[in-house]
Design a protein around this ligand. Sequence first.
Ligand code: GLA
Ligand code: ZN
Length: 676
Amino acid sequence: MAQHPPIMKGMPVFLHGGDYNPDQWLHQKDIWKKDMELARGAGMNTLSVGIFAWAALEPRENEYHFEWLDEVMDLLAANGMKAVLATPSGARPQWMAEKYPEVLRVNAARQRELFGGRHNHCLTSPVYREKVQKINTMLAERYKDHPALGLWHISNEYGGECHCPLCQAAFRKWLKERYGAIEKLNLSWWNQFWSHKYNSFDQVESPSPIGEWGSHGLNLAWRRFTTAQFCDFYDWEIAPIKRITPDVPCTTNLMHTYDGINYFELGKQLDVSSWDNYPMWTNDDRDAQVASHAAFCHDLMRGVCGNRPFLMMESSPSAVNWQPVNRLRTPGLTMLQGMQAVAHGSDSVQYFQFRAGQGGSEKFHGAVVTHVGSDQTRVYKEVAQVGERLSQLTPMLGSAPENKIAVVFDWENRWDLSDAQFGLNGGDKGYEAAVCAHHAAVLQNGFGADVIDETCDLSGYRLVIGPMTYMLRPGFEDRVKAFVENGGVYVGTYCSGWVNEEDLCFLGGFPGPLREVMGIWDEETDALDETQHNHFTWQGKRYETRDFCALVHPESAKPLAVYEDAFYAGYPALTENAYGKGTCYYIAARTGDDFLRDFYAFVTKQAEMEPLLKDAPQGVLCTERKGDQGTFLFVLNTVPRENTVTLPACTAVENGKPVNGAYTMKPYEVLILRRK
Ligand code: GLA
Ligand code: ZN
């Protein structure tokens, strides 16, 4: 049983807080005191400060002003709250860009950007790195013994890329380390193609619309390098912090499936995973899908940091301001959103933003405290209810899900699938959506699931699902084989095992090194447009296929269903292969959600796995957290209508009342139960 210590030292409670920008109110500081009262009134115990405060901390080069932050930190401490204290590198002051243009990014078309926006510094610039380390050191020195210091919030939403000369040089150095000799790089990237061979590493340029844009090997290397640069930058930021405040954990807020950084790499460096959750709630029945996607994101964000408890660092307490349609939250949705995070292992519910700015582009973004400045708003009262509820959940703090099912979502695989030209071009070939569809089907069957990548350990799972593992990263096939040999159940699909980690196709038949364990040979793949379908019948029910249909030959596998149309009618659409003590299933075509739901009901039954909740109706999701204080079952009604569930014998965590059997859940209701 996994029981983890509280994320913040001295705070053995769920964290409830949000992004707070006291630096925007320096001309009107009396508002801070009111904010403390409002925060406390909403049951908050932390506020995230300093995120974009550089211009207030260092308004001119080497002229520092920490007095205001001292006051804020003191106020937090006096009010029994902790600071999630940010390093300010998410946005830099004007003077720095003016004096040192190298801190500004150069885009892929090789244009140096002007000052503006945020999250757009050069990842390599020695000047920026020096400035960041200096201010981080000063922050750590100043607040190392401050009672309010709870957690370091490193920068904000790292992202993007820089193509400046400094970054080019760093890229070439990285390539040299990876490939050693230019001939090796040429071969790995298949550079005789179009005569694009390099004679030296110095000739390599990052991908560009005005230069080399179509080399998949180069693109892949560039994305790997960019991830490595972010990891290195993070390391650089935390170096002084770790030296001065070794006991204060560090995190940086992630953006769920953001494409630009392999979070499974960056995640290794975080003391705790944290992320910003902005589901596009619709306030109608489609919220079932919205909640399924949010569930996937929570599982992914927990997964990138080893499936320990994490933090939901941001979420909106009301409508956001940047979606095409910014709906208000139906009463109960803010509670559902917060409790869903907790259900998946978050030890916090945090918001963007605590107080709305009087100006700036986010002035109309949802906030706990809006321009009226009162605790009498609907939104404030709902947030206060979340705070109240969190305070009753302390026994499950530090517990974590222990799922027996894992779904593979791999950044490098997605990058390579997005580049690959075959079948259906554009986007990522539906990769992310496919992974989410498998994950959702598992959850709809009443199970919880982890999200892992191809580098993760499989041995603790009973069922591993690898949709579209087009690229097989080193060692993955061996882990799959060992997993199945030892009795595991593995599900693979179309577009699996085509290329190695350098994007070179496997010779000798797809799915490459997975051919034996899958027991099939995948000869060709057909692509269908949105009006076209094939069909197969399985266990008496007819299903539609779409997008991709692989034409496979069973070798040791046995077909469970065959295509009914086109020239490949009769080819298997679904196969099963006994391998060692385990089983492999291969789904040859993309299907609808109906098939996936039925299929995982079958697979989990075959594998004798017990769902968390039996016969969960459409729109109801469940999760479980286990810890020293017990096993906690979350049942979430994610739609604005009633749903009847059959509960196992449990007690409600909040009031200890026993529950058992049929129960009608109210719209968006969340039950938090302790198993008997
Ligand atoms: C992100 C950022 C915040 C804010 C919110 C708005 O998550 O981290 O600074 O811009 O979006 O939703
Ligand atoms: Zn750069």
